[in-house]
Design a protein around this ligand. Structure first.
Ligand SMILES: Cc1ncc(COP(=O)(O)O)c(C=O)c1O
Length: 388
């Protein structure tokens, strides 16, 4: 049989979660919380179902939810977004990414993605018949090299896939980064897909710069968000895409034949939750910063180095001072010998360089993080003794 994605296997996230279950390891691999969601959400979903909201929702999303999203965007970024023509409710950010890419990439078109990149971008571009051109973020620190991006642009470039806060680099793009991107595309017919699912998880008093606040970029961008991240409930599978009316019209043409519409009771429940807790996003930065610091403090001086994490609910761990293994081999040793599941960085690259990082998820109970830190420290000591 001919495969449209011959090299794509099961994602590293699914593989590591499966291995963690088999081995009884602590799962700091796949990005999902291991603590309970706000019980109000459970009650609101139950109430929405009991009230009979169990048939198809409107294709573009429930009006009440889109209006709440517009209010949320105004509160976060002081912008006015039209809920009718500029917001579409999607099946998580994943569907928003997929549908936006199908809407604008035609066979032979090129999309720029940065290396490392979230794993759903490139397959979506390829399924649309396009080609993903990967531009590495520079080291150290995973910065943008706009000259390098400019050199990668061609007549066929149609889209730039941008992500801030960045998974897996844990960096947050600056206003200057947005200007760099805007300058690059200003005189060209290029659109942006801006993945902002960690918009609220920005640390140390910094703030998230949304493309929606940048006039040139806002006019050219699909901005993608996820209630899975904002409500600590990745299984809800509700997200949304914000884009100017012309782009939203194209997005909805794909969305209506992809998922058609999103869970009706969940949309009612989320709209009611946002009405009751309009500031729910604002609490996330402090909540995850405390978890980041707990893990960092517990691992300080152990031999593993934890590079600065500016945002997202991840923390990179650099094992390079203790071991020369590749990251896939190291992640395998970590799960079998220390019983901690992590995510190696290689699968986020088209051409993985030799890096000694794995990604740890900090969206875990404090007790999980402490147990994981104890195991990691003990493993670092063992490696240190073996190397000495
Ligand atoms: C950068 C990034 N984009 C998109 C997604 C997908 O979001 P959702 O679970 O809402 O589909 C994730 C999930 O981990 C992510 O990390």
């Amino acid at each position: 049989m001919i495969s449209k994605l011959p090299e794509v296997g099961t994602t590293i996230f699914t593989v590591m979660s499966r291995r963690a279950r088999e081995l009884g390891a602590l799962n700091l691999g796949q990005g999902f919380p291991d603590y309970d969601i706000d019980p109000q959400i459970t009650e609101l979903v139950t109430a929405a179902m009991a009230s009979g909201h169990n048939q198809y929702a409107p294709m573009e999303g429930l009006a009440a939810l889109r209006e709440r999203i517009a209010l949320k965007l105004r509160a976060s970024y002081a912008i006015d977004i039209d809920p009718d023509t500029e917001i579409t409710v999607t099946l998580g950010a994943t569907e928003a990414i997929y549908s936006a890419i199908q809407a604008v990439i035609a066979p032979g078109d090129e999309a720029i993605a940065f290396d490392p990149a979230y794993d759903s971008y490139e397959p979506a571009v390829r399924l649309a018949g396009g080609r993903c051109v990967r531009v590495p973020l520079s080291q150290p620190g995973f910065g943008y090299d706009w000259d390098r991006v400019r050199a990668a642009l061609t007549e066929r470039t149609r889209l730039v896939l941008f992500n801030s806060p960045h998974n897996p680099a844990c960096t947050v793009a600056s206003g200057a980064d947005l200007d760099g991107l805007a300058q690059l595309i200003a005189a060209r017919d290029i659109l942006v897909l801006s993945d902002e699912v960690y918009e609220h998880v920005v640390f140390d008093g910094a703030r998230h710069h949304s493309v929606l606040t940048h006039p040139l970029l806002a006019a050219r961008s699909f901005a993608v968000f996820s209630f899975g991240k904002t409500l600590h409930a990745t299984g809800l599978r509700v997200g949304y895409c914000v884009a100017p009316p012309a782009l939203t019209r194209e997005l909805r043409k794909v969305h209506q034949f992809n998922t058609f519409s999103i869970s009706h009771p969940l949309q009612h429940a989320i709209a009611a939750y946002l009405a009751a807790e309009p500031d729910c996003g604002a609490a996330l930065a402090g909540f995850f910063q405390a978890k980041r610091d707990r893990l960092r403090d517990a691992l300080a001086g152990c031999g593993f180095v934890l590079p600065a994490a500016q945002g997202t609910y991840f923390q990179l761990l650099d094992y390079g001072e203790l071991l020369r293994d590749g990251d896939l081999a190291f992640a395998e040793r970590l799960i079998t010998e220390a019983r901690v599941a992590s995510i190696p960085l290689s699968p986020f690259y088209a051409q993985p360089p030799r890096l000694s990082f794995v990604r740890l998820c900090i969206a875990k109970r404090d007790s999980t993080l402490e147990q994981a830190a104890a195991r990691l420290k003990e493993f670092a000591q063992r490696l240190g003794r073996a190397g000495a």
